[in-house]
Design a protein around this ligand. Sequence first.
Ligand SMILES: Nc1ncnc2c1ncn2[C@@H]1O[C@H](COP(=O)(O)OP(=O)(O)OP(=O)(O)O)[C@@H](O)[C@H]1O
Length: 568
Amino acid sequence: MKLTYHIRFAKRTIAINGLSNVHHCSTPRLASIYLAPSDWQASGPEDDEVISKLITSLKEAESLSDEKDLGFLQNLLQSKELNALVNVHSKVAKINKDDRIAPLLSASVQSILFAHDAIAQKDFYPHLPDIPVEVDEDEETIKIVQLVKSNEPLGATIKTDEETGKIIIARIMHGGAADRSGLIHVGDEVIEVNNINVEGKTPSDVLSILQNSEGTITFKLVPSDGKLDQRESKVRVKAYFDYEPENDPYIPCKEAGLGFQRGDILHIDDSYWWQARREGEKTTRAGLIPSRALQERRILHERTQKETNGDAKKGSCASICSTPPGSPNPNHPCGGPKTKKIMYDTAENDDFDREMIATYEEVAKLYPRPGVFRPIVLIGAPGVGRNELKRRLVAHTTRPMRPGEVAGREYLFVTREKMEADIAASKFIEHGEYKGHLYGTSAESVKSIVNAGCVCVLGPHYQALKSLRTAQLKPYIVHIRPPAFEELKKSRTKARARSTFDENNSRGFTDEEFTEMIKSDERINFLYGHFCDEEIVNDDLSEAFEKLVNYANKCETEPLWAPASWVQ
Ligand SMILES: Nc1ncnc2c1ncn2[C@@H]1O[C@H](COP(=O)(O)OP(=O)(O)OP(=O)(O)O)[C@@H](O)[C@H]1O
């Protein structure tokens, strides 16, 4: 029977037929010896003889193959382990003539050799490319980044570097595609986009290359030294205005913008255009919002333009009417009721408030303190129903007590002299004069209620917010709002509500008074709405009251966003 021994190298096989023809392979790492099953069945030469012949024929091939490989093969063939295995095989083959055993044994030996082969083929050491003979030390490192374009924006902005004129990555949106890739960083210089050299191009040229690209986008970048990379900011602000990037003509990239509403809590980053994420929305990418300084400049600019165009006078009654609501000025486009109690000099104060630009306020979580309840302040248009909703109010007045009134329940009645002295000594957090009598709320009364473990509910004139909103009092402010005209009229008529506009006559509200209430509410919302923690529409009284109780509970039990300066 013809003997065929196969000596396998890593990928190729050397066949030694009848121990005479040795084929060798030029590139292999020697791995195993393969003994064909048919050969093990042979009753040819003794196995140890076969092995020694194999070794001899290897020597013959020495000049043709790799020295190291042949050395390994020689060692293997001479190893005790292989010889022991071959002996076992010979014994079994001699004793047992059963043809089925030989292939099995052959397969086992073969498996061992294949296992060795597999391991030997693996490359366990990293193979670094050969060092080029000449390396230009000034040559810049370039990284090639490939991102697959989808509906999601890239989440990065570019700009022209003022000094070098090169296109660089200006901003990486937190959580955006570029950020998630971890491959693009602020300050990286863009050299090519999809093999198009961007040298000398403007950011908008690059943008149009990106817009016209489909599928995979390849960036060739020179990495920045990393110093410009932005860290996530810990600053949180409460927005005092609504913002729609789509309608902002100044934003550098509308898609990168983040829309928000007044009252939203935002994490901010950066200095001119802020990068922000909405509180609680960890998964969404960050977006651009105008910084405080930018927003202030923008509003000032818009105001100046409006004044120049005369826009401030026409059509602005709904939100920024320059005449205070309730002014008896029938010629003014806002109209105005004929009688109105004017407790504060609203004209002067409102003009002052209108000049203030509501942008953002830094906020932090204010944790409730057991047994100490923040005063609840209800603001709203006159007649809207704050008194109805108030659970407790202690105020002071110099007005004589009326029949049925109890000292300390409706008001604390004091002399004018005492009250004036206390006002001079800054003991009142808000005060005003109405029909020759002084009214006001002292800080002391609020403090004593708070210290007694009670919830103090105040219903001051809305302009008192300026003096009430202090770190000392930490008020929780609720805006009580009227429903739309029809609902307002319906609910008040049904409940036989008494007008608060005419103190001397007890009568229902007129349509003009309802209209005035709504206009006044819009004005309060425009000027002070951003200071409010919550708002309640007082349509159905019991529903409105239930909401107020819920908010009061929330204020007592939950950490709530408040000006950062209150949380020290
Ligand atoms: N939701 C409501 N439904 C029906 N009537 C209401 C509702 N809320 C208040 N009223 C009634 O409207 C009238 C005015 O309410 P209230 O005196 O509480 O207003 P106010 O906001 O305190 O006004 P002011 O600031 O002018 O004193 C009262 O007769 C009150 O009972």
